[in-house]
Ligand binder design. Structure first.
Ligand SMILES: [Mn+2]
Length: 417
């Protein structure tokens, strides 16, 4: 299998539907502004790679810097255009500029932006200021995403702070979070595709593991396979940790040699159409787990089973964590890591089992969520019970991606055996 995701896109109808969902949840007489943002500078004239603001991207699928989405809910629109249902969407983008594009790459034409987003009204960014002045001179109120750090929003916020309208600006980030927590069939398909890229790449890596290789070599092999398949930006920078480095969750400096007899922890994920995957694998570098490595692998597999059955409608992140910790504590006692005389094994377990066992996953790898919201079908989670035993000099997590359906949790990835 060779899954190619270079041009993976969701259908524009998906974005149209999301915009209608959002407008259905906000007050009449509101204009929503969302910003793509721009890449922050890394140094002097070098920028970090650009990824659009996820709440902006969610409603239009546009990945061009400094684009702006304007959504209006106003019944006067229906009077002038009955087909509008009182709703309208406009996209503001930088126009094409051949001279500039020679340096920084091709920009979208209006037609391309329209085809991706399903928005017919595409305008030049320059018009935004005047258009907003006109809109806000009426009785329309402004709404935006206050978690958004884009320079353009910060600029507008500063400008508007002096005006009366500023007192009535609404934050829509909470509404968007609730929408993003439930995945549509197209979103699940994109996530499955991202997972396919990750799994194919992991298979290549597994075939090239050998004692004496370095952590960064393992990382490079894996990421090269994902890039080959068109996933240019991964869900996050792949974690590759060998030996005692496996005790560090987000181990950031992969440069050590992985010795015979050691474990290698990989935590990685390709993207497709902007959607993340997130998979962790624990490999014995010489291909054969010793008895302790095998015992921990079996315990973590047991924990994952507990997590899966605890992920059901009506449950919460906290409940799944608690259920899973019970399995971990019992197993660690069995293995003698927690002594049999220990009265409170659940408490003692916290030393070895100390990070969340699951998180929502979507456009962000640790996706936006209301942590206390009870689970409903359509939610997608990365499930990653991890146990780290300093006394043994290693630990790891094994992570798979899961969809909650009407019939319970279902694996999207293929669990490691
Ligand atoms: Mn994860």
């Amino acid at each position: 299998m060779f899954t190619l995701v270079s041009d993976y896109k969701l259908p524009s109808s998906e974005y149209t539907e999301r915009r209608l969902n959002l407008l259905g949840k906000i007050e009449e007489g509101t204009a929503v502004l969302l910003f793509a943002g721009r890449a922050p500078m890394a140094s002097l004239d070098e920028a970090y790679p650009f990824l659009p603001n996820r709440n902006f991207f969610y409603f239009c699928g546009i990945e061009q810097e400094e684009s702006v989405l304007l959504l209006i809910k106003d019944s006067s629109l229906t009077r002038s255009n009955p087909a509008s249902n009182g709703l309208s969407a406009r996209l503001y983008i930088h126009p094409r500029e051949p001279e500039k594009e020679k340096w920084t790459g091709k920009r979208l034409s209006f037609e391309e932006a329209s085809a991706i987003s399903g928005i017919s009204d595409v305008r030049v960014l320059e018009d935004l200021k005047e258009d907003m002045e006109e809109i806000l001179s009426g009785s329309i109120k402004l709404a935006w995403d206050e978690t958004d750090l884009s320079p353009l929003r910060a600029h507008l916020e500063k400008e508007m702070a002096k005006t009366e309208q500023f007192d009535t600006v609404t934050d829509i980030s909470g509404i968007v979070t609730l929408l993003r927590m439930i995945k549509s069939p197209s979103e699940v398909k994109a996530i499955r595709t991202a997972i396919a890229v990750t799994e194919e790449s992991l298979q290549v890596l597994e075939g090239s593991l050998h004692p004496g290789m370095t952590e960064n070599e393992a990382k490079a092999i894996l990421e090269a396979e994902m890039v080959k398949r068109g996933s240019l930006f991964q869900s996050f920078s792949t974690i590759a940790a060998g030996g005692k480095n496996t005790l560090c969750l987000h181990y950031p400096t992969p440069r050590d040699v992985i010795e015979d007899g050691q474990m290698l922890q990989i935590d990685t994920g390709a993207r497709a159409g902007g959607y993340c995957s997130d998979i962790s694998r624990a490999y014995a570098i010489n291909g054969k787990r010793d008895s302790r490595q095998q015992a921990l692998f079996e315990l973590i597999t047991e924990c994952k089973k507990t997590s899966l059955s605890a992920i059901r409608s009506g449950s919460t992140i906290a409940k799944v964590n608690e259920e899973t910790r019970k399995t971990a504590a019992a197993g660690l006692r069995e293995l003698g890591v927690i002594s049999r005389s220990e009265k409170d094994a659940l408490e003692a377990c916290k030393k070895y089992y100390w990070h969340n066992t699951l998180h929502h996953m979507g456009l962000d790898v640790h996706d936006v969520c209301d942590r206390d919201m009870v689970f409903v079908p359509g939610m997608v989670f990365a499930v990653e019970p991890g146990i780290y035993i300093p006394e043994w000099g290693f630990g790891f997590r094994v992570e798979d991606d899961v969809l909650l359906t009407d019939h319970g949790a279902e694996y999207l990835s293929t669990p490691q055996t």
